[in-house]
Design a protein. Structure first.
Length: 70
């Protein structure tokens, strides 16, 4: 349910579905339709990717070029 509500912050269709269920206009099973599950899954992956990008370790410094003795 946390992922559902987190996705609803940025996805209007998920927000509408929550509104319909909370107002008893749709059954709770409406949360488990393929459309909503896909939207929640993609929203969750987007949030995970954003967090991973922010918390990724910095790249190591470049290796200096060396001249071969010869």
């Amino acid at each position: 349910m946390d992922a559902l509500f987190a996705t609803a912050q940025t996805d209007a269709e998920v927000r509408r579905r929550i509104h319909a269920v909370m107002n008893m206009l749709a059954p709770v099973s409406a949360f488990f339709s393929p459309e909503i599950l896909g939207r929640v899954a993609s929203g969750t992956l987007r949030r995970w990717a954003a967090v991973a990008e922010l918390t990724a370790p910095p790249l190591p410094p470049p290796v200096p070029d060396t001249v071969a003795a010869g």
